[in-house]
Design a binder for this molecule. Structure first.
Ligand code: ACO
Length: 325
């Protein structure tokens, strides 16, 4: 039997219009451009306008990916959307986007794996295609994370931004995604979390009903570097490849120092690493597909090249995909 691969046939992305620079932040929070750049590599972030939602950004990114692929929304048989900031509690943002695109009838669901959401969604979509269940799949990673940010908390507010990215996958006899690796360890939940919700309840005496990102930055940093080291080794092994066969590393865009540590582990020069954290900051599930779309549209990533995608986030969750573009 011929092996079926999931192949990326189109990419797209969307960012809110409003840009908030480090200098803008200096005006209302006790921080500095120098501190933010030196610790994280971030120079600016995009912030959703009032009323602009994860679903809005997703729909735009998805339409651009469909256009690039030359695929009609009505041809899709599955939509998987990674997000931790859905528009509403239910229906899922995937259902909202499906209807807006005109893909009514196909399966559609969200995946909540925080910053690893897109790579998780890609892993799920890959399995649907490999099994023969789906032929054309839309995978989206999107967030409006600034909705969870308290602008007076300098430890977190400087780190995050909003945005969305999408890919269209098609079943093909040509590679394609070679391997995906998905992991989680809920034992780390309190290092990076937002511990309010429908079932636990909200905090009516706190601003924004207690919705707020809490992060033990230094601890997250240490675990992220160590975990990503073993993740990239595992992924190369699963795909039967050597690091020297990789053309590009497309990492989660949280912190330039974490990205540099992973590149070093792979012995890859930074010229082979896609970096957008300076422009977008950490857009959680949006970060990897945004970076991928920028790399494709700028002409850096070309057909036939091998890409290693990886992400790490709240849960903790961590995930990777090694694919031929
Ligand atoms: N501006 C100025 N000073 C600040 C700021 C700020 N925005 N934030 C913290 N500081 C101060 C602290 O108060 C502290 O001051 P002190 O020494 O007087 O106590 C000092 O800077 C150092 O703080 P640390 O937290 O130790 O700084 P660190 O070098 O660890 O950098 C950072 C913090 C950038 C958050 C880093 O730990 C990090 O990137 N961690 C990983 C976070 C991450 O990657 N999250 C993403 C994965 S999960 C996801 O994507 C949702």
């Amino acid at each position: 039997m011929t092996q079926i691969y999931a192949r990326i046939v189109g990419t797209g992305s969307a960012l809110p219009e409003r840009v908030l620079t480090n200098a803008d932040l200096e005006k209302f929070v006790d921080t500095s451009d120098e501190w933010i750049r030196e610790r994280t590599g971030i120079r600016q972030r995009h912030v959703a306008a009032e009323g602009e939602t994860t679903g809005d950004l997703s729909t735009l990114a998805a339409q651009r990916a469909l256009d690039a692929a030359g695929v009609k929304a009505s041809e899709l048989d599955l939509i998987v959307l990674g997000t931790t900031t859905p528009d509403i509690i239910f229906p899922s943002t995937a259902c909202l986007v499906q209807h807006r695109l005109g893909a009514n009838g196909c399966a559609a669901f969200d995946v909540n794996a925080a910053c690893s959401g897109f790579v998780y969604a890609l892993g799920v979509a890959d399995k649907f295609i490999r099994s023969g269940q789906s032929k054309k799949v839309l995978v989206i990673g999107a967030e409006t994370l600034t909705r969870m940010v308290r602008w007076e908390e300098r430890e977190t507010c400087v780190l995050f931004g909003d945005g969305a990215g999408a890919v269209v996958l098609e079943a093909s006899s040509e590679p394609g995604i070679y391997a995906t690796c998905l992991h989680a360890d809920g034992g780390y939940k309190e290092l990076l979390w937002n511990p309010v919700g429908v079932s636990v309840g909200f905090k009516d005496d706190e601003p924004n009903h207690g919705v707020r990102i809490r992060m033990a930055g230094r601890e997250v940093f240490k675990v992220a570097v160590k975990t990503l080291d073993s993740l990239v080794e595992e992924t190369l092994k699963a795909a039967g490849m050597e690091a020297s066969q990789l053309d590009w590393l497309i990492p989660h865009q949280a912190n330039l120092r974490i990205i540099e540590a992973t590149a070093k582990r792979l012995n890859m020069p930074m010229e082979q690493v896609i970096v957008t954290v300076d422009k977008h900051a950490n857009t959680s599930a949006g970060s990897v597909p945004l970076a991928l779309d920028f790399a494709v549209r700028s002409g850096k990533v070309k057909r036939g090249q091998n890409l290693l995608l990886e992400a790490f986030g709240g849960g903790f969750t961590w995930a990777s995909a090694l694919l031929r573009y």
